[in-house]
Design a protein around this ligand. Structure first.
Ligand code: PEP
Ligand code: MN
Length: 339
């Protein structure tokens, strides 16, 4: 159960409301976000909506029995729009393209990619400065100095930045230099990190865990929302299955299911999803047709020389072609009223 309370509700009104809800056996968590204040009721108690209608200070009541509530469409039907400023949005009904290298490497590399994005009217650049690597000996990122350099070049060019945050202490140091924080697949259930990201006022994109279910992804998003941050994006990036022919199994089923269950925008990452450069193109387009609100992929001027994930990274001509096809596929999708 979720009760959205009016912003001018008095403490006394709120306390008496909470007391009455507790009496029917529900425990209340109060959630205050950038948008509103919510009382989330959890428990087995029978909640009869008619008995609460007389309370002053209530704006809306919704019965949501799923484990995730605030990210559920049962409560909020209107899709969430992520506004990055300067007319850049990640939202239902639009197609956000985010492209860039796996890792931020050097000033020249950043400049080349920013130039490529500008030429193709791509407004959001991806890139990692803190890299979760399976081997401790692999390149682990250029850190905060890399991010600052990247930000100064991208900002000058009017390009927004999405970058992975791996631990709580990085949230604050990255804050002024990112437009969207990315929570990587290996950190989707790092609940301390999710709690802390709930306390900030910047968008967060949460990737699906390597072996995570759709429901677990929604619950991770619920963590951030219930901490106070509604600016959330979900990302399908493939899961680990028994299949070895591809790096991961891109679960495109998740796209319509997530869109059906949640009001949050959904992005597909075909690069990590399949992990094979020559197949990234078609999986990206499949993601568009599955109903994604955005595609995030890896590109580099010379993928063979990339510090990480070169095998799944597109060169600039492949990236330019993909961007054009994403836009054309999206335009086609819009002509189908079902999607
Ligand atoms: C990445 O985006 O470069 C990355 C490491 O992704 P994931 O967390 O999905 O593996
Ligand atoms: Mn990568």
């Amino acid at each position: 159960m979720i009760i959205q309370v009016k912003e001018d509700i008095s403490n006394q009104q709120k306390d008496s409301l909470i007391l009455e809800i507790n009496k029917v056996g529900l425990k209340i968590t109060e959630v205050k976000t950038q948008v509103g204040t919510y009382l989330v009721g959890i428990g087995k108690g029978e909640f009869d909506i008619r008995k609460f209608g007389h309370h002053e200070g209530i704006q809306d009541i919704h019965i949501v029995s799923d484990d995730y509530k605030l990210v559920s469409k049962k409560w909020k039907v209107k899709p969430t729009s992520i506004d990055l400023g300067n007319e850049v949005f990640i939202q239902d009904g639009e197609m956000a393209i985010m492209a860039g290298p796996c890792s931020i490497e050097s000033e020249t590399q950043i400049q080349e990619i920013v130039q490529h994005l500008k030429e193709n009217d791509i407004k959001i650049m991806r890139g990692g400065v803190y890299k979760p690597r399976s081997s401790p000996y692999a390149f682990r990122g250029s850190g905060i100095e890399g991010l600052k350099l990247w930000y100064s070049i991208a900002n000058e060019a009017g390009i927004k930045i999405i970058s992975e945050v791996m631990q709580v202490s990085q949230i604050e140091e990255m804050y002024d230099y990112v437009d969207v924080y990315q929570v990587g697949a290996r950190n989707t259930q790092n609940f301390n990190l999710l709690d802390e990201l709930g306390r900030i006022d910047k968008p967060v994109m949460i990737k699906r865990g390597i072996s995570g279910t759709i429901e677990e992804l929604l619950q991770s998003a619920e963590y951030v929302f219930s901490g106070g941050n509604e600016k959330l994006i979900l990302c399908e990036r493939g899961i680990r299955t028994y299949e070895k022919a591809s790096r991961n199994t891109l679960d495109l089923n998740a796209v319509p299911i997530l869109k059906d269950k949640s009001h949050l925008p959904v992005v597909v990452d075909p690069s990590h999803g399949i992990g094979i450069r020559k197949f990234v193109h078609q999986m990206a387009l499949a993601g568009v047709m599955a109903g994604a609100d955005g595609i995030i992929y890896e590109t580099h001027s010379c993928p063979e020389k990339a510090f990480s994930d070169g095998q799944q990274t597109l060169d600039f001509s492949q990236s330019a072609l993909l961007t054009d096809h994403i836009r054309k596929t999206f335009a086609l999708r819009k002509t189908f009223s079902l999607l």
